[in-house]
Design a protein around this ligand. Sequence first.
Ligand SMILES: [Zn+2]
Length: 127
Amino acid sequence: MKIQNKTAWLTRDLKRICCEVLRRNEKIEGKLGQYQKTNLFVVVVSAYNHLNAIALINGAWIKFIIPKDEVSKLALAQMFEHELQHLRGYRHESMLDWDLNNTGYQWAADNNKFPLRKQERRSKCLV
Ligand SMILES: [Zn+2]
């Protein structure tokens, strides 16, 4: 899995959450195809107060739009799994409805194991 991160969120934190979703998803759904696993490309961009994502059905490409300031890791995990299911060929008719109260993603709330931090900005010294 490659992540192209165009946000202020730390790439390794995003990746840790995505990898855990993939690990759990594979336990239920079986291994993701080798082609998809090797070539999985996740683009992450940010927008104000906006969480959304798209994926190619049967593809190996996911695009995430995540909020600039506050991100629900539970929603992020649920959305990533939703997109993984699209990669597996599922369409909305055969998927569960989006559910913000879904407790299956509670693990993502653990701030020790799955922190989501901002990258440190390099301060520009203009002196
Ligand atoms: Zn969808």
